[in-house]
Design a protein around this ligand. Structure first.
Ligand SMILES: Cc1cc2nc3c(=O)[nH]c(=O)nc-3n(C[C@H](O)[C@H](O)[C@H](O)COP(=O)(O)O)c2cc1C
Length: 245
């Protein structure tokens, strides 16, 4: 009988970063950064994007990755707004709850965890977001800001952020429908979550940065995930902006 776990788990395992066993750098990519078709049928010139709308367009224009956070806390309403914008329920249709960010097959395999360190009216700790209840369940109490920064390649902004979001993929939730292709959808879904978080932070005047550089096992250990059935795939730090003026 084959003991091969299948391409999905092998892929996940082989692409892990290990602190003492890092892959050598592949050097500069030879692939051009832009794709260009020669001799297309026609060109259509696009108008300048509008930036005078106080809503979506300005938010998109203002989105930037910020890595310098102030000591001022995020407010709880701001945190609630961020979580809702990432993965809150926005449509209830019979038994199915559709969420703010798109998900392949509407399966939403990525669970949202929050490492809160500087949010008003929310004690520091590790939380899990309960989607249907719209509430946070505390899993561990205390300030884990240094631990998560260390686990994220010592990126210090993770320690200065008011909150670090971490998304853990419940692989089987997606794999029972898509088999090994599920990993693609899990990562794509996570990208949507990170994008929603950044736009929400920009709309609130907060700073945020997505984080793909992390030691998988260390973050999984912090979150209490086994790293196989559920494994961290993506993180993002958010906080009040440091006044640069
Ligand atoms: C998948 C992904 C992973 C990223 N990981 C990190 C990270 O670990 N550390 C970091 O400082 N920035 C990280 N970033 C932020 C990028 O560096 C940033 O988006 C890029 O420099 C473009 O800048 P902008 O977001 O301000 O447009 C990540 C972004 C993405 C989309």
């Amino acid at each position: 009988m084959s003991t091969d776990p299948g391409i999905g788990p092998r892929y996940q395992d082989s692409t892990k970063y290990h602190r003492h066993q890092m892959p050598s750098s592949p050097g500069w990519a030879q692939v051009p950064p832009y794709k260009k078709y020669e001799n297309p049928l026609r060109y259509v010139e696009l108008p300048q994007p509008q930036q005078d709308d106080p809503g979506l367009w300005q938010t998109i224009a203002g989105r930037r990755s910020h890595r310098r956070f102030a000591d001022d806390p995020i407010s709880l309403p701001q945190l609630a707004q961020l979580v809702w914008a990432v993965t809150g329920v926005t449509l209830q249709e019979s038994e199915h709850a559709f969420r703010a960010a798109a998900s392949a097959g509407a399966l939403y395999p990525n669970e949202t965890y929050l490492l809160v360190s500087n949010v008003t009216d929310c004690p520091a700790g590790i939380y899990h977001y309960e989607v249907l209840e719209g509430r946070l369940a505390m899993l561990a109490e205390g300030d884990f800001s240094l631990d998560i920064a260390q686990a994220c390649f010592d990126q210090r902004f993770c320690a200065a952020a008011g909150v670090v979001f971490a998304w853990g993929a419940v692989v089987a939730r997606c794999a029972e429908k898509y088999a090994d292709r599920a990993y693609r959808y899990i990562y794509l879904d996570a990208g949507h979550l990170g994008a929603h978080l950044q736009l929400a932070a920009a709309a609130l005047g907060l700073g945020s940065v997505n984080v793909g550089a992390f030691f998988d096992d260390e973050v999984n250990h912090l979150l209490g995930l086994d790293g196989t059935a559920e494994t961290v795939v993506y993180l993002a730090a958010a906080g009040t902006l440091k006044d640069t003026g």
